[in-house]
Design a protein around this ligand. Structure first.
Ligand SMILES: [Zn+2]
Length: 344
């Protein structure tokens, strides 16, 4: 695996030469170690997958991808910024969600654009399979996702005993739902909510899981069978449900909260006996894809790089008429060593 290659796995093709930018992201990450919120960004992975179902499982997608798009960082001609989604100083792994174990290495493009250098089409004979609850990219607003997030926000703290020791994060995924993650006593929990629009009703399904990452051993231990529940469909069309919610006229909120409390309580109950070494309860996932991160190229600096750009001065600015001048290779720099460079 080359350090300088990132990938995206999608249902629809990205053409060679096409650019992706931060607004292509269908999710909002409202959690980070430094308290910053990432509202826009495009997810990429440092991993390469052999099958579509492997990509789905490790990236916790709700479909098997048809295409693999490759972005070689050496071949980019603009400056861009890549970030660990949670602003941590260590590599981040995809949270389990929607019944999938996750575990791939993820990174997000938060500024600039990246040009697709290679497209692998037909690589996956098992691509193009949609889950029953799957992301609908045509959804115009994400009101329901945000509403579900608020509901979860009110329900999760009721169940969590020790709020102090917790890390709480969320991803809002447009046209699908939300994922909430928290940690307690070295165990991680995730609760995903997805909705599906039917003609005169909206279906809601929840998945809960518990996991422990043993990164040195490259293993994830996860509840062998996620806890899943689908509640009775809400008897409204998507539009009328959103209207009711907007006006504060949705009266069955308590039922929704109760259903969530049940699944969270179940999760808490199982977590008491959950242990990575229990083969009956835990399933071992190989994190066979090592996470490599860009370290700052400034001599002596070991910070994680957020920007890939040209070397910093002292560096002779190229003269526009010097035909022998060649673009220097892109190098990673951290926030402290990021710099302005010359534009002609
Ligand atoms: Zn640095």
């Amino acid at each position: 695996m080359s350090l300088n290659v990132l990938r995206r796995y999608t249902l629809n093709p990205i053409q060679v030469g096409d650019f992706i930018e931060k607004k292509d992201m269908q999710g909002i990450i409202e959690y980070s170690a430094d308290g910053n919120i990432t509202k826009e960004g495009t997810f990429l992975t440092l991993n390469s997958f052999n099958t579509a179902s492997e990509a789905r499982d490790y990236l916790a997608l709700t479909y098997t991808p048809n295409y693999e798009s490759i972005f070689s960082l050496e071949n980019q001609d603009q400056e861009f910024e890549l970030k660990n989604p949670y602003h941590l100083q260590s590599p981040s792994r995809v949270w389990p969600a929607f019944g999938y174990h996750g575990g791939a290495c993820e990174i997000i493009l938060t500024n600039g654009v990246l040009k697709c250098t290679t497209l692998q089409k037909g690589k996956f004979i098992d691509g193009g399979v949609l889950d029953e609850f799957t992301q609908d990219n045509t959804k115009k607003n994400s009101f329901l996702e945000i509403y579900l997030n608020i509901i979860l926000e009110t329900v999760i703290p009721i169940i969590i005993i020790d709020m102090e020791s917790n890390v709480i994060g969320r991803k809002i995924i447009k046209g699908l739902g939300i994922v909430r993650m928290w940690s307690e006593k070295e165990k991680n929990f995730s609760l995903s909510c997805a909705y599906k629009e039917e003609v005169e009703s909206v279906r809601l399904k929840f998945w809960g899981t518990i996991w422990v990452d043993a990164l040195k051993q490259m293993k994830r231990y996860i509840l062998a069978k996620p806890i899943e529940t689908e509640i009775d469909p809400l008897p409204y069309s998507y539009e009328s449900l959103v209207n009711l919610l907007r006006k504060g006229q949705y009266n069955e909120e308590q039922e929704l909260k109760e259903a969530l409390k049940v699944i969270i309580s179940e999760l808490k109950e199982v977590s008491k006996s959950f242990s990575p070494n229990d083969p009956g309860l835990a399933k071992e996932i190989s994190l066979k894809y090592p996470c490599k991160y860009f370290r700052c190229s400034e001599p002596g600096c070991t910070a994680m790089a957020t920007t890939l750009s040209y070397p910093s001065p002292p560096y002779p600015p190229p003269m526009p008429f010097d035909s022998n001048w060649e673009m220097p290779p892109l190098k990673p720099y951290c926030k402290n060593h990021a710099h302005v460079f010359w534009i002609y």
